[in-house]
Design a protein around this ligand. Structure first.
Ligand code: NAP
Length: 258
């Protein structure tokens, strides 16, 4: 087991990639605290994760709520060894028709709150801990209509590099997992698309991916496990793409095969 005796906190652990990671961490011997805003999915996640998981309802953008959660996790777990700052939101912000509030909200959740989650975690982190931030291929690839999301995820990469420098004296490692298109509930959030339209988009996207398919949340979780465990003991300030080749070989999909 790769995380025997370790204690982890995962923001957004009640859904998608965060939940898959919580499940894998527990399988590998860790105790896991998960957070999320939706009490119903939080309860369902905790029921499935079993006695090695604890959960707290909270919003990552709310300073009081973040601090209260770390306080309670500290009381239950003592110090933490792993923080996965995973919570994030999608959002389309096309140039020409985007309201400032939405742009700012995406940056607040996906970037500012990631920094403050790590900052609030610091008094509760053991030296030698691992911090993993959830980025995205969109932080590297230009995609029409996604300025705020893409800036937030490019910001996450820059954040990881600077935090890695800040925290290296405590031997704390900070790295980014950057997923490509992954099957999670995020794709249905704030979406007015019909199931048919979503299916078409899914097919189109798959044709742009060298491996020809979407990723599973469990496949991202395995990369997070690598970054969380001693297997990555010399990996610092890195961004690990888990994207079926979307960034490494952007012309590698079936769309471009002649
Ligand atoms: N799926 C993909 O294709 C993909 C690709 C690249 C990157 N990512 C990144 O992966 C991360 C996880 O996304 P996912 O795909 O697993 O989507 P998801 O299933 O929608 O999960 C998002 C999680 O973030 C939580 N969250 C959002 N805003 C929050 C807030 N203000 N406070 C607390 N929790 C909040 C949600 O909790 P509630 O449900 O309780 O609100 C949920 O647990 C995100 O950072 C996303 O940008 C996903």
């Amino acid at each position: 087991m790769k995380l025997e005796g370790k204690k982890a906190l995962i923001t957004g652990g009640n859904s998608g990639i965060g939940f898959a990671t919580a499940r894998l961490f527990i399988k590998e011997g860790a105790q896991v605290a998960i957070t999320g805003r939706n009490q119903e999915t939080l309860d369902a996640a905790l029921a499935e994760l079993g006695p090695k998981a604890i959960g707290f309802r909270g919003d990552v953008t709310d300073s009081k709520s973040r601090k209260a959660i770390f306080q309670q996790v500290g009381e239950k777990f003592g110090k933490l060894d792993i923080v996965f700052a995973n919570a994030g939101i999608p959002g389309s912000t096309p140039a020409g028709s985007t309201k400032e509030e939405l742009f700012e909200e995406i940056i607040r959740v996906n970037l500012a709150s990631v920094f403050f989650t790590v900052q609030d975690a610091l008094p509760f982190l053991n030296d030698g801990s691992s911090v993993i931030l959830n980025g995205s291929v969109i932080g590297t690839l230009g995609q029409p209509g996604y300025s705020a999301y893409s800036a937030s995820k490019a910001g996450v990469r820059a954040l990881a590099r600077t935090l890695a420098a800040d925290l290296s004296p405590r031997n704390i490692r900070v790295n980014v997992v950057a997923p490509g298109a992954t099957k999670t509930p995020i794709w249905a959030r704030n979406s007015q698309r019909t199931a048919e339209e979503s299916g078409e988009i899914a097919k189109k996207l798959a044709s742009q991916i060298a491996l020809g398919r979407w990723g599973e949340a469990d496949e991202i979780a395995k990369a997070v496990l690598f970054l969380a465990s001693d297997d990555s003991s010399y990996v610092q300030g890195a961004e690990l793409f888990v994207d079926g080749g979307l960034t490494g070989t952007p012309l590698g999909g079936s769309l471009n095969r002649i």
